[in-house]
Design a binder for this molecule. Structure first.
Ligand SMILES: NC(=O)c1ccc[n+]([C@@H]2O[C@H](COP(=O)([O-])OP(=O)(O)OC[C@H]3O[C@@H](n4cnc5c(N)ncnc54)[C@H](O)[C@@H]3O)[C@@H](O)[C@H]2O)c1
Length: 468
């Protein structure tokens, strides 16, 4: 095997012997959750971000993302002085035993993960790190195989550029510790992870990481030690597998519609097989979010770079693109092929419930398509409206509540499965909407109930209720 050998660490996480000083660079969804949770287990955490407004807000106790359960932990640790924020990298990493890089890795123009943030900060670290100390630099961002080596090289390049007198040999190790938290349940996922993956080629770094994570795996979930490349690939493999599972169900749903089967029944029928499992079998309007689209694309790109044609991934991406736009032709057909002057209520903007994250949200694709076809939209989302407003401004009207969104609308479209949309007051819906018409991209309602209530109801992979 080229590169470094896997370090095999026999313990299940070691013991958490001492409070650590940790720096987290990048204070977005992953950085803020990680930093707060590390502080919650007693560590002193300094979060670094280049965004001055964000740092000011966080320092003053104003949380910058919506994530259930995070606010309480954040306020407690801020008050106790275990959690601090700065824009100054040198100040943030001072005395740190571990430096996490929780930086963006957006898709570059060719679809590969853009490492400019990660490698830029790595180089800056090289300029600041002192030869006499020892620190573990951790890639927590989702990064392609080989990035740990690139981070090492960037740190050394930074040190050379700063003309350090001493070499940084032995002063740092680079570890890959991919993050598996899910937005919406990120705090729970972080505090009680299914597993922690640590890619390290040195015993010293693996031991430090094991000690840090020991309080998080008390219930016996594993810390899995491996080499850095395997750790890097594990993250992409996990996300690509999950995206494939969803996409497979979306194709089954399409087939159900054509063959007259019900995808809910098929889902239950296959999900009870424990080799398949019940989770991630819900069809919908395509996967979105900040991870799946870019990670599937980046893995396909990494494969192409080593001349491997990862055909499943190409199919997953193509099917998902088609799935995102799939509900709009159904709406158009219902309105006789012309949406000019039609007005729609849209429930749900976030890419999934319990988050305010709208990156690659299917709702945004639906809005674009409806507006391009001459329709207008009034939208409601419990948490994501201010983020959408920043992105698309007044392209839609923002409603004060889910029922207000229905006023004068020709139909209701559901794009996110927030729990308050699951059991709505149907009386209010029918008395406010112009037509009792619902296009549900998340299969929230029971077909029999919709039939009894007299709705024209279109969902995914199930029969149309009360067809015209
Ligand atoms: N969001 C998720 O659910 C999730 C889950 C697992 C892994 N990841 C991965 O974690 C990484 C971070 O994702 P995220 O969703 O937290 O991103 P994010 O965009 O929410 O946050 C990134 C933060 O980094 C800051 N930043 C950018 N350049 C910086 C610099 N030079 N110095 C300091 N701060 C800088 C930004 O201001 C921002 O606050 C990505 O690689 C992503 O793929 C994300």
């Amino acid at each position: 095997m080229e590169g470094r050998e896997a370090f095999s660490f026999a313990g299940q996480g070691g013991t958490n012997t001492a409070i650590m000083k940790i720096a987290v660079v990048g204070t977005g969804y992953v950085g803020l959750v990680s930093g707060t949770c590390f502080a919650e287990t007693g560590n002193r955490v300094s979060c670094v971000d280049i965004d001055q407004t964000k740092v000011d807000k966080l320092s003053n106790g104003a949380i910058t993302i919506y994530e259930p359960g995070l606010e309480k932990l954040f306020q407690r640790n801020l008050k106790e002085g275990r959690l601090t924020f700065t824009t100054n990298l040198a100040e943030g990493i001072k005395d740190a035993q571990i430096i996490f890089l929780a930086l963006p890795t957006p898709p570059g123009e060719d679809g590969s993960a853009d490492l400019k943030y990660v490698l830029g900060v790595a180089k800056d670290l090289g300029k600041i790190l002192q030869p006499e100390g020892y620190v573990v630099i951790v890639d927590k961002s989702t990064v392609p195989v080989g990035t740990a080596d690139k981070v090492r090289a960037a740190v050394i390049a930074g040190a050379l550029e700063a003309s350090h007198t001493g070499s940084l040999d032995g002063a740092f190790d680079v570890v890959s510790n991919p993050e598996f938290l899910r937005e919406g349940v990120a705090v729970d996922d972080f505090m009680k992870p299914d597993r922690v993956v640590i890619g390290s080629s040195t015993e010293k770094a693996a031991k430090v990481m094991g000690e840090l994570y020991a309080p998080f795996v008390r219930q016996g979930n594993p810390i899995i030690y491996m080499d850095e490349k395997s750790a890097e690939l594990t993250k992409y493999a996990a996300n690509s597998f999950l995206a494939t599972k969803i996409t497979f169900m979306n194709e089954i749903a399409r087939l159900c519609e054509l063959l007259g089967a019900d995808v809910d029944m098929v889902r239950k029928g296959i999900g009870s097989d424990e080799r398949i499992g019940r989770r991630f079998l819900f069809p919908g309007i395509g996967y979105g979010g900040s991870c799946f689209p870019k990670d599937v694309q980046a893995l396909a790109k990494s494969s192409a770079e080593v001349n491997y044609d990862f055909r499943i991934l190409e199919a997953v991406m193509a099917v998902n693109e088609a799935q995102k736009a799939y509900i709009v032709p159904k709406i158009t057909a219902y309105f006789g092929g012309d949406l000019t002057g039609k007005h729609f209520a849209l429930w749900g903007l976030a890419f999934k419930p319990n988050t305010d994250d709208i990156r690659e949200a299917p709702a945004l694709y639906i809005i674009d398509a409806l507006v391009a076809a001459g329709a207008t939209v009034t939208a409601f989302d419990p948490e994501a409206m201010s983020n959408v407003k920043k992105e698309i401004g007044d392209k839609v009207v923002y409603a004060a509540g889910q029922y207000e969104a229905l006023e004068n609308a020709d139909a209701l479209i559901i794009a996110t499965e927030w729990s308050e949309f699951r059991t709505p007051e149907f009386d209010k819906i029918s008395s406010t909407l112009k037509n009792k018409t619902i296009f549900d991209g998340r299969n929230l309602f029971d077909l029999n109930q919709m039939k009894q209530l007299g709705y024209y109801y279109v969902s995914v992979g199930r029969a149309v209720v009360n067809p015209q």
